[in-house]
Design a protein around this ligand. Structure first.
Ligand code: PAF
Length: 285
C-alpha cells in the first residue's frame, strides 16, 4: 500500500491502472477510521481491481464554531487498518495541496435543493464544502466507483445528485450503516461521548425504530416526529431534527409516498449524533 500526498502522484498512479484496464474504486474519508469505513473498502473489493482511500480533514465543510481543529487525526492508526484490506493507495494531501489559494472557496459546488434542510439548516455551508471537496477528489482520482455510507444519508443524496447533474463518470455505491453491538451507528464523533453518554447513545436508533412502528400503526407524521424529539430531549439529548422524508429526494412526504426515511440528528454532550431508518409504508398508512 503506498501513501501519496500530491495530486500529481495520484493522477500518475491511477492513470497507470486505467491504462491497464483496471477498475478503480475510491473511498473518500476524513480519517479516524472505524469499521464503517472499513466496510466501505470491503464492499468495493468485488467491484474494483484497485482501491484508493483518501484521508483529508476538509476545512471547508466545518463551520466557524465547529470541531475542525479538534477533529481526531490518527494517520498512523488509519494506515495500519487499511493495509490488511488490500488497499492499493492512500491519498493524504495537506490543506495547501487541496486548496493552494487558501481554503476560502472561490468556486463552489452546491446542491441547494438537498442542502438547505435537515443538517444543512443547522450547518450552513456544510454541504457546499462537502460537494466541492468531493467533486475535487473525483476529478483528481477519476474512479469508476466510489462508496459512501448511509449513516450520512443527506450527504449521500447530495453526492448522488451532484454526480447526476454534473455528469461525473463515477458510480456511487451506497453502503449500509455499520453499528456497534448495541445499535449505535459507528461514527468518528462517538469518541467525544463520555461513558455515561455512550450508554445512552443507542436510544437514538431505538427511538427511530419505535417511531417507525408508530408510523406503520397509522399515527400521523407530525405526531410521531414530535414524539421522537420529546423522547430524545427527555433523555438528555438536544435534538436538532427528527423527521420523516422521502428517500428519493428528502422532500416532505405527501400521501401515497411509500419509500420513506426517518432521519434524526441530536447532540449528546459534545457529540452531534446522526442516524436514520429507511421504511416502506403500506398504502393507506
Ligand atoms: O463523510 C466524510 O467523511 C466527508 O464528508 C467526506 C465525504 C470525506 C468529504 O470530506
Amino acid at each position: 500500500m503506498e501513501t501519496l500526498s500530491t495530486i500529481g502522484e495520484v493522477r500518475r498512479r491511477v492513470g497507470e491502472w486505467r491504462s491497464q484496464g483496471l477498475r478503480v474504486g475510491f473511498v473518500p474519508t476524513m480519517g479516524n477510521l472505524h469499521q464503517g469505513h472499513l466496510n466501505l473498502v470491503e464492499r468495493l473489493a468485488s467491484e474494483a481491481d484497485r482501491i484508493i482511500v483518501s484521508i483529508f480533514v476538509n476545512p471547508t465543510q466545518f463551520g466557524a464554531n465547529e470541531d475542525f481543529s479538534g477533529y481526531p487525526r490518527t494517520l498512523e492508526a488509519d494506515l495500519a487498518k487499511l493495509a490488511p484490506l488490500g488497499v492499493a493507495a492512500v491519498f493524504c494531501p495537506n490543506v495547501a495541496e487541496m486548496y493552494p489559494d487558501g481554503p476560502t472557496l472561490r468556486t463552489r459546488v452546491e446542491v441547494p435543493a438537498l442542502s438547505d434542510s435537515l443538517c444543512g439548516a443547522a450547518r450552513p455551508g456544510h454541504f457546499a464544502g462537502v460537494a466541492t471537496v468531493v467533486s475535487k477528489l473525483f476529478n483528481i482520482v477519476q474512479a469508476d466507483i466510489a462508496a459512501f455510507g448511509k449513516k450520512d444519508y443527506q450527504q449521500l443524496r447530495v453526492i448522488e445528485q451532484m454526480v447526476r447533474d454534473l455528469d461525473i463518470p463515477t458510480r456511487i455505491l451506497p453502503v449500509d450503516t455499520a453499528r456497534e453491538a448495541d445499535g449505535l451507528a459507528m461514527s468518528s464523533r462517538n469518541g467525544y461521548l463520555s461513558a455515561g453518554e455512550r450508554a445512552r447513545a443507542p436510544l437514538l436508533q431505538q427511538t427511530l425504530r419505535k417511531a417507525a412502528t408508530r408510523l406503520r400503526n397509522g399515527e400521523p407524521r407530525d405526531v410521531v416526529e414530535a414524539w421522537g424529539r420529546a423522547t430524545l430531549d427527555a433523555s438528555g439529548f438536544r435534538t436538532d431534527y427528527f423527521e420523516l422524508r422521502r428517500q428519493a429526494d428528502l422532500s416532505v412526504p405527501t400521501e401515497g409516498d411509500r419509500a420513506l426515511v426517518l432521519l434524526a440528528a441530536a447532540w449528546l454532550g459534545k457529540a452531534r449524533l446522526l442516524d436514520n431508518l429507511e421504511l416502506a409504508l403500506n398504502a393507506g398508512s
